[in-house]
Structure formats: structure tokens, C-alpha cells
Design a protein around this ligand. Sequence first.
Ligand code: ITT
Length: 193
Amino acid sequence: QKIVAATHNPGKAKELAALLDGRFEVLAAGPLGLPEPDESETTFVGNALLKARHAADLSSEVSLADDSGMSVAALDGAPGIYSARWAGPGKDFAMAMDKVAERIEETGSEDMSAWFTCALAVAWPNGGPAVVVQGEVHGTLVFPPRGDKGFGYDPIFVPNGYDQTFGEMEPHQKDAMSHRAVAFEKLKAALFE
Ligand code: ITT
């Protein structure tokens, strides 16, 4: 069975392929030449559904999309669905992580709690109902950033119960308990149980 991974983010594509664990032939959106849709929805679930539907319609293959982001308690949940956009067109996450630190400092809050959210959506090319699920992982932010094994905001996020940031963990450790892994378990339950 083929599946289109409807993402243009290589960090995500790698984690999704690891979670799918060879059970599907994964076709990547980039090499397929699928354009990136405008993420016009206001929730993770809405944007995941939009991206999965868009890829399924264009590729005529079953498509899996991921919409995700990091939310900071002291910033009332920002950057949230705007996590990618905080890094700008140059995808500068060092700058985005600095911005998170600065914004928290401006609030005067000492609350460093944050969480990652991942919505995963699967859509079929015939336009049937899509399936969507959402997973979260909670943790604490640390500055300066630590580790270069992950992507995005991984170097500033320490999941609860661990000492290392997502950026310091081995990929298999992150893949065992991340927001993406939690969502993936729910997706399997929704599709196959
Ligand atoms: P696609 O829409 O093509 O999938 P994107 O990077 O634009 O790629 P999103 O709109 O879902 O994807 O933005 C999610 C951003 O949130 C992403 O760019 C990361 O910076 C951040 N993010 C999501 N999951 C993450 C993770 O596991 N670790 C670190 N940062 C993550």
C-alpha cells in the first residue's frame, strides 16, 4: 500500500517514515511535486485535514498529513499553529527560539511550561470522510537551546520525566513518546481497531 506523506518538512517526513515502520511505501510530497497549500485553518486539526485532502486530491493516493507546533503557557499558547511561521521564510529556528525566550521575558512570567501538539489526518482520493487525531506532549522550556538531533523547536523542549531536550535525544527515544508518536497510536486505533 502506498501513502503520500503530505509534508514539505524533512524533519517530520523522517519521523513519519519511522513511525510507519516500513508498513507502507511512503511517497514524499516534495519529490512528487505537490504544491504546499495555504494553511488557512485556525486549528491543528483543521490544517491537517486541509493538507491531507489537498494531497489526496492532487496525487490520487491515500495521503497522511501532519500539522503540529509548540505552545507556550506564558504566551497563552503561542506560537501554536504559527510555529513554522515564527521562523520566517528562511526557516530560521535559532531566531524563532530566541523570539520565544524574549517574549517570555517580556511577560515577566517564570512559567516555562510548554507543550507540543500534533494532528495527523489521513484522506482518501475518492473524497470519502477523512480521519483525524491529535496528540500532545507536555514539558519545560530551557535556554540556551541544547542538541542538534531533532528539528524545529526540539533544542529548547524537555519533555516531562526526562532530562534531555528533544534535540539531545536519540531519534528512537523521541519517536517513542513524542506528540507525533501519541497521535500515531491514536491514528492506528482509529483506523485498525
Ligand atoms: P508541512 O506543513 O509541509 O508539513 P511545516 O513545517 O510548515 O511543514 P507545520 O505548519 O505543521 O509544518 O509547522 C509545524 C512547525 O512546528 C514546524 O515547522 C516545527 O518548527 C514545529 N514542530 C512541529 N513538530 C515538531 C517537533 O517534533 N519538534 C520540533 N518542532 C516541531
